[in-house]
Ligand binder design. Structure first.
Ligand code: TMP
Length: 254
């Protein structure tokens, strides 16, 4: 086995050098953090589930023409991805009021928003990912106006598609966070979807009961975190072959 070089370690994932230039291996950890890493724990099986859930959602998005970094899943905890130049902006898409929107604006959680709202945060752990406007994004050159336009259109398409997909399995897509990156092909630059889409960065509520099936169970100490992620995977029809008992998963490529 070859020892791969670790390129980057985040709170929930590690990126290793990939087998070919322009590729990386994305390893999903069981680590869970909230409030910018202030609260930390591990949730057994979370990495395995997020690897599968993100694979599934990214693949479905590819099929409708939303280009993204996912190439293929390698094993229980790892997927091969295209290396991108990450745009340092988190894109938050909201359909229903929850989380920081409620605390910031005094809106009751669960209130349907008059229309989908997109917010941007500057990706900076030191600054606690501050909310910024489109003006900041373009003025500071984090993305060009054309790129931001593209990002917004892609985010709305992702929202439309995922809202339908989740509704079909009895889940309300309340909000989610996306990240985008640039890929270069000669003189051509393309902005594609990157990172992950999983219950770590989406709010997912049961359609009938409003039960939370996402990381808010961890953030708010509600318990049953792994059961909730497993329920999302089960409804998507992608529980790992071995069933819930098989969630320890394999180890990283050494
Ligand atoms: P917020 O309500 O806390 O701003 O979160 C909005 C959405 O973004 C929610 O689905 C959780 C997700 N999110 C992340 O993926 N990473 C983060 O660091 C934060 C703060 C939120």
């Amino acid at each position: 086995m070859t020892r791969r070089r670790r390129v980057y370690e985040g709170k929930a994932k590690v990126l290793f050098e990939g087998p070919e230039p322009g590729t990386l291996v994305q390893y999903f950890k069981d680590d869970a953090t909230a409030f910018n890493g202030e609260k930390k724990s591990t949730v057994t099986g979370k990495g395995v589930l997020n690897n599968r859930i993100s694979e599934h959602l990214m693949s479905r998005l590819s099929e409708i023409g939303i280009h993204n970094h996912f190439i293929r899943r390698l094993n229980m905890r790892e997927q091969l991805i295209r290396e991108v130049e990450i745009i340092p902006v988190e894109v938050i898409v909201r359909n229903v009021a929850a989380g920081s929107l409620c605390s910031r604006l005094g809106i009751t959680e669960g209130t349907a928003l008059p229309r989908t709202i997109i917010e941007y945060c500057f990706k900076s752990d030191e600054l606690n990912d501050p909310l910024v406007s489109e003006e900041h994004v373009t003025a500071f050159g984090w993305a060009t106006p054309q790129e931001l336009d593209d990002i917004m259109n892609q985010s709305l398409r992702v929202n439309d598609f995922l809202t339908g997909l989740f509704t079909g399995i009895g889940i309300k897509l309340i909000d989610f966070k996306l990240e985008f990156g640039r890929v270069y092909d000669g003189d051509e630059v393309q902005v594609i979807l990157a990172d992950e889409i999983s219950p770590d960065n989406c709010r997912l509520w049961d359609l009938a009961t409003n039960e939370k099936l996402d990381k808010d169970r961890f953030r708010r100490d509600l318990g049953g975190v792994e059961d909730a992620y497993q329920e999302v995977a089960r409804r998507l029809g992608i529980l790992p072959e071995g069933g819930p008992g098989d969630l320890q998963g394999s180890t990283a490529i050494q």
